[in-house]
Design a protein around this ligand. Structure first.
Ligand code: SAH
Length: 253
């Protein structure tokens, strides 16, 4: 047995230590997707189940100690390990078309993983992953105080599903917070019938002052036909649906 990787806090390393949970996570991948990228395999608890599937698997790991561990323990991974930072990775160079992302993600970069998924929505078909429970709940929230910028942006292009929670003690070392596994699946929306950049700006501005009503939070915008969106003005950002945000963006002058 190769010497276990020493957990490094700055890389968000909390190694899952329960095969049953690992199998349950990998089984969430839909069968129809053949290309899979795992982020942060660590010592490979998910990877070992992924290897057994009939898929084209690549993994990206920033920690050399972990990737060396994987190379020794799983010779099957030869040529499938990318040594590097997921946030700097050009996803098109890994899989130019539809693929899935999976991982027990490093929690310090979970929002950035989701933003990157949003930006690559045309090739990322599905994402299955473990997040800090609070983040997982935020992503799937459709209405109410847990809703935020990422919930709206992700739900614009993905159907979201909260799968299950995982306790701290299932990891070595245990994190300070509970974890949650979610699955997001690309929906049918191809493009917005409003400007994409403006849409993002409207969503961000609305949530930047989330205690205010939409009317006040979006004061910096001028609107064309206020009557079409008047009915949304007294609400808060957290109460608006994706469709509502599209309607609002469509009416920005
Ligand atoms: N999947 C493993 C490890 C989870 S810990 C398990 O379930 O046990 C998170 C992993 O992500 C660590 O291995 C860490 O080194 C890796 N990681 C952290 N930041 C990363 C980044 N920017 N790109 C790729 N991997 C990263």
């Amino acid at each position: 047995m190769t010497k276990a990787v020493k957990a490094k806090k700055h890389l968000g390393q909390h190694f899952l230590n329960n095969d049953e949970i690992a199998l349950k996570i990998t089984d969430l991948l839909s069968k129809k997707n053949n290309q899979v990228l795992e982020i942060g395999p660590g010592m490979g608890i998910l990877t070992k189940f992924l290897i057994k599937k009939n898929i084209d698997l690549k993994v990206i790991e920033i920690d050399h100690e972990s990737s060396n561990f994987l190379k020794i323990e799983y010779p099957e991974l030869k040529n499938k390990i990318i040594d590097g930072d997921f946030l700097k990775l050009d996803l098109n160079s890994v899989f130019p078309n539809n693929f899935s992302i999976i991982g027990n993600f490093p929690y310090n970069i979970s929002s950035q993983i989701l933003f990157k998924t949003f930006e690559n929505k045309d090739i990322v078909n599905e994402l299955v992953g473990m997040f800090q429970k609070e983040v997982a709940e935020r992503i799937v929230c459709q209405n109410g105080k847990n809703r935020g910028i990422l919930s709206v942006l992700i739900q614009t292009y993905y159907d979201v599903e909260y799968c299950f929670s995982v306790d701290e003690q299932e990891f070595i070392p245990p994190p300070k917070v509970k974890s949650g596994v979610i699955k997001i699946t690309r929906n049918k929306r191809t493009k917005l019938n409003c400007d994409n950049q403006l849409y993002k700006k409207v969503v961000k501005t609305a949530f930047n002052q989330k205690r205010k009503t939409i009317k006040n939070a979006l004061k910096c915008f001028n609107f064309n036909e206020e009557n079409k969106i008047n009915h949304l003005f007294h609400l808060r950002a957290e109460n608006l649906s994706v469709e509502d945000f599209i309607t609002i963006t469509n009416n920005v002058k």
